[in-house]
Design a protein around this ligand. Structure first.
Ligand code: GLU
Length: 469
């Protein structure tokens, strides 16, 4: 059997981390089995579905690299298809017209509740033939009256539900539109889905869907219902916990690789391994190793993974993702070193790509002012002579390289008979505007000889002005 999985989001909001993890598990399972992954947009709830949300979900999937082999299918484009099967069930006597008005139904429910019973449709029109002419009706599925539905869930094990627990589900509303559970069934069948991986909030739908599949003569797929994600305080993950939208993680400066690695471990394990390349995830992933209990989100771990990937991924790849952040922060990249070179020396100094862009502006733009604290401490009159001297030696360098830059700094310290500290920090503040940067040899090397000269001049003038004021 060739495996086909699907991700079937409703386009009512952005792609959140729970959905992204479900999508990842579904995608990984397809990949691990050499199968196919289908994307289906479940937009039958026209009131709540938006084009914007659909696009946000596609963007999230693309950013994560979860490409789909088929789709995106839209349920709203398949209404004719659902209609065909509803008619088939009607013809075969497996579904029936129900003329009960909503007032009648409400009343029955009230009475059931008053008796302490679970509200359910009592099957009133199941076998009636005295259909009133011209009255609106819904179509209900004839759920079996006896027996049980057994689900062999890959995560939760065997689940058995008695058919007496299930009432006759509306599959077509009185306005003629098909209902959600019915569309899912037809789609899963039509799209050849062999494994349904979805959130545990859908587990109550599963026995109903299985009964409909069987009535249609369709094969029943495997199921894996994934647990919830909780915030680090043990409560259901929500906006209170910070980012819940996948794209927010991009905006916050995370690499998709880190997010994927984070999500795969949130509920799935392979021994005690924490770091997984995509090919390792595909190789080791299986549905049976997904845990049953809810997983708690841990931002520190995500940051740890992000740092790992920023440091270990090919620099050019990190630079591709970093570029977006430099552009977001309006840092023009034309006048300065290549982004690869900046990534190479900044990657181990930051938690996120956003932060990387924030601390790298001086490579591309002249700053108008020195950081106040750093200047106060390091651009003092005593620093003037070392700065003038080091500038002379730096400007005399023929081949601008980290080694030659270091040699010039060392020679200045030696000539002036001062410690490195007396030169290094003033030079750092002069060249970068602040007190934090990678080591001076590589920083100045990337800045260019010309920029270093101008900036030291500026620092010297700054000190002179300070002396005179
Ligand atoms: N459309 C459903 C949701 O977004 C998923 C249904 C399913 O996976 O079967 O929650």
């Amino acid at each position: 059997m060739s495996v086909v999985t699907r991700f079937a989001p409703s386009p009512t909001g952005y792609l959140h981390v729970g959905g992204a993890r479900t999508a990842l598990y579904s995608w990984l399972y397809a990949k691990s089995q050499g199968g196919e992954f289908v994307l289906r947009i479940e937009d039958t709830d026209i009131e709540r579905s938006t084009e914007e949300a659909k696009q946000a979900i596609l963007d999230g999937m693309q950013w994560l690299g979860l490409s789909w082999d088929k789709g995106p299918y839209l349920q709203t484009e398949r209404f004719d298809r659902y209609k065909t099967f509803i008619n088939q069930l009607l013809d075969e006597g497996k579904a029936y017209k129900c003329f009960m008005t909503s007032e009648e139904l409400d009343q029955i429910r009230e009475e059931q509740k008053a008796r302490g019973e679970k509200p359910r449709y009592p099957g009133t029109w199941r076998d009636r033939t005295d259909h009133p002419k011209g009255e609106p009706y819904a179509i209900r599925f004839k759920n079996p009256l006896e027996g049980t539905v057994v689900i062999h869930d890959h995560i939760r094990g065997k689940i058995e539900i008695s058919n007496t627990e299930l009432d006759d589900l509306v599959i077509q509303r009185s306005d003629g539109t098909p209902t959600y559970n019915f569309c899912v069934v037809v789609d899963d069948w039509d799209m050849g889905i062999t494994h349904v991986v979805r959130g545990e909030d859908h587990i109550n739908n599963t026995p109903r869907q299985i009964n409909i599949l069987e009535a249609l003569g369709a094969p029943v797929p495997h199921y894996a219902h994934v647990s919830m994600i909780l915030g680090d305080d043990g409560k259901k993950l929500s906006k209170r916990h910070g980012a819940v939208s996948v794209m927010q993680y991009r905006d916050d400066g995370f690499l998709p690789q880190a997010v994927l690695n984070y999500l795969v471990r949130l509920g799935w394990a392979h021994g005690d391994q924490e770091i997984f390349s995509l090919s390792e995830m595909i190789e080791y992933f299986n549905l049976d190793a997904i845990g049953q209990s809810a997983s708690a989100f841990n931002t520190d771990k995500l940051i740890w993974l992000n740092q790992h990937y920023m440091k270990t991924m090919p620099v050019s790849e990190v630079a591709t993702f970093a570029k977006w952040h430099f552009e977001e922060q309006d840092i023009g990249l034309n006048n300065g070193p290549t982004l690869e070179n900046v990534v190479a020396i900044q990657a181990d100094r930051v938690k996120t790509l956003k932060e990387m862009a924030q601390i790298s502006r001086y490579f591309y733009e002249d700053f108008t002012e020195f950081d106040e604290k750093a200047a106060k401490k390091h651009l003092r009159p005593v620093a003037k002579e070392p700065l003038i001297e080091v500038s002379k030696k730096l400007m005399a360098i023929e081949t601008w390289s980290p080694e030659n830059i270091q040699a010039a700094i060392n020679a200045t310290a030696e000539d002036l008979g001062v410690g490195m500290g007396k030169i290094g920090m003033p030079l750092r503040v002069a060249a970068t505007g602040g007190g934090n940067s990678p080591s001076l040899d590589v920083t100045l090397n990337l800045l260019s000889k010309q920029k270093v000269e101008q900036r030291i001049d500026k620092a010297v003038s700054f000190i002179s002005n300070r002396e005179n004021s």
